[in-house]
Design a protein around this ligand. Structure first.
Ligand SMILES: Nc1ncnc2c1ncn2[C@@H]1O[C@H](COP(=O)(O)OP(=O)(O)OP(=O)(O)O)[C@@H](O)[C@H]1O
Ligand SMILES: O=P(O)(O)OC[C@H]1O[C@](O)(CO)[C@@H](O)[C@@H]1O
Ligand SMILES: [Mg+2]
Length: 443
């Protein structure tokens, strides 16, 4: 129970050693008696491969490891607590669900009414709440946790981070991400085959990724058929020297065909004003994006028409196909470890935390730590993006000045986080200090 996991494992000379989290795993002292546990599981936000596997493993883990037999599934996301039915979950009910995509519980956006949710938890006598969802869901979980504390209830709240966008900070990677990258290969491959078969063929594939381009970046690196990858973190331009049109022309002249991968959140500033719906949001308040793939396709076609150069562009939008599939083998293993480590935490009486791998070791991360960190994004001055640029040979769309400015900003942010938020002291004094971030203590 004293083991900790370091958030930073690469430590630069003279820099603070940083934050540590409690290592996940079974504890000798168990807080809850098996017979008294009444657990519930809810899934919120968009779909993600592996949701059913996590549900299955929570039910089976509670049942087989701790002899807990009362587990309820909440239907339809947060609003299901007060507006929908519940499903009793047993190992028999969930036995085969990991072979299916989606979530057997259903999911939703919006409808987060904390007071009604906690009333429902209280009325049903629930004392363990497992909440599976992305960044929005974990914000909601944190508010539920606070309300439970305010009412003085003995209820453990645990978050299980989910999102194919991989935008949750601190954890190494979210479940379902690998499966989504794997599924994206099929779309890229189709784009490649189509483009190879026509004169000056261009395969344009749009992949999910609202604010973070991880799926596009990893799918590009995995495929080797992609000539250019466009992500939200790396602004690009179309016209003139160093622009996208110039690169497309060069590639077509060299190879006769090319493949472009674009993340859905990339190049939003290029989407024409008339198409842009700046103020439209989904039920959770996430900004609705325009189809950048369609827009860029049209702009590429118009450009080469003006130049009187024949091109054949095929636009492929596999959007929901990459997240509606069942999880692959490696995600299934990941989901199992995640479910088991979170169960161990709640059974030991911890609350107000998410479970997740940090530098390869599963840990308990307090909600407040996840909420203060910025969304996980591709850092375009980091090694991974540089590796991608070396693999595709696409333009970086950045000049030297941009790189230097970006780097300075990053150093500033890191020092501020380590110097102020964690350690509450100046950076100089903090150098040899480390802090341990505890989930809330056994209730
Ligand atoms: N700041 C917040 N406070 C309380 N509840 C929130 C907050 N943001 C989102 N929620 C609730 O969390 C649920 C899921 O949020 P959202 O639709 O943003 O998906 P998500 O969990 O971020 O997953 P993903 O983005 O991967 O699909 C919704 O019911 C929403 O109302
Ligand atoms: O259309 P929906 O269901 O709101 O989901 C779309 C969003 O969900 C995500 O897959 C995140 O879960 C994003 O990549 C995407 O923008
Ligand atoms: Mg989200």
């Amino acid at each position: 129970m004293d083991d900790t996991v370091a958030q930073k494992i690469v430590v630069e000379k003279n820099s603070p050693r940083g934050t540590h989290f409690r290592r996940a795993g079974p504890r000798q002292k168990v807080y809850f008696e098996s017979e008294e546990v009444h657990a519930c599981i809810v899934t919120c936000g968009g779909l993600c491969p592996g949701l059913n596997t996590v549900i299955r493993e929570i039910v089976c883990g509670l049942y087989h490891m701790y002899g807990v037999h009362k587990v309820l599934g909440i239907e339809g996301g947060y609003r299901g607590f007060y507006a929908r039915n519940t499903i009793p979950l047993t190992p028999k009910v969930v036995n085969d669900i990991h072979k299916r995509g989606g979530t057997i519980l259903g999911t939703s956006r919006g409808g987060q009414d904390t007071s009604k949710i906690v009333d429902s938890i209280q009325d049903r006598g629930i004392n363990q709440v497992y909440i599976i969802g992305g960044d929005g869901t974990q914000k909601g979980a944190s508010v539920i946790f606070e309300e439970i504390r305010r009412r003085g209830l003995k209820v453990a709240v645990a978050g299980i981070p989910k999102t194919i966008d991989n935008d949750i900070p601190i954890i190494d990677k979210s479940f379902g991400f690998d499966t989504a990258v794997e599924e994206a290969q099929r779309a890229i491959s189709a784009g490649h085959i189509e483009s190879e078969s026509f004169e000056n063929g261009i395969g344009l594939v749009k992949l999910m990724g609202r604010y973070s381009g991880f799926i596009a970046m990893y799918a590009t690196l995995a495929s080797r058929d992609v000539d250019c990858c466009l992500i939200p973190e790396s602004p690009f331009y179309l016209e003139g020297p160093g622009g996208l049109f110039e690169f497309i022309e060069k590639r077509l002249k060299e190879n006769g065909h090319m493949v472009i991968v674009i993340a859905e959140g990339a190049g939003q500033e290029l989407v024409s004003e008339s198409l842009r719906t700046t103020d439209q949001q989904d039920a959770s308040g996430n900004k609705l994006l325009q189809d950048v793939g369609l827009c860029i396709s049209q702009k590429i076609k118009d450009h080469f028409k003006r130049k009187k150069m024949v091109i054949n562009l095929k636009y492929i939008d596999p959007t929901y196909m990459i997240r509606a599939v069942p999880s692959n083998a490696s995600d299934n293993v990941y989901c199992t470890l995640l479910a088991q480590s979170v169960i161990h935490g709640t059974m030991a009486g911890y609350t107000g935390f998410i479970g997740g791998p940090v530098n390869g070791r599963h840990a308990y991360i307090p909600f407040h730590r996840v909420l203060v960190e910025k969304q996980n994004k591709v850092v375009i001055t980091d090694r991974m993006w540089a590796r991608l640029l070396s693999s595709t040979h696409q333009p970086s769309f950045m000049d030297h000045k941009d790189v230097m400015e970006d780097d300075t900003e990053k150093v500033g942010q890191t020092l501020q986080v380590n110097g102020k938020s964690h350690l509450g002291t100046t950076t100089a004094k903090a150098r040899d200090t480390e802090s341990i971030e505890e989930p809330s203590k056994p209730i």
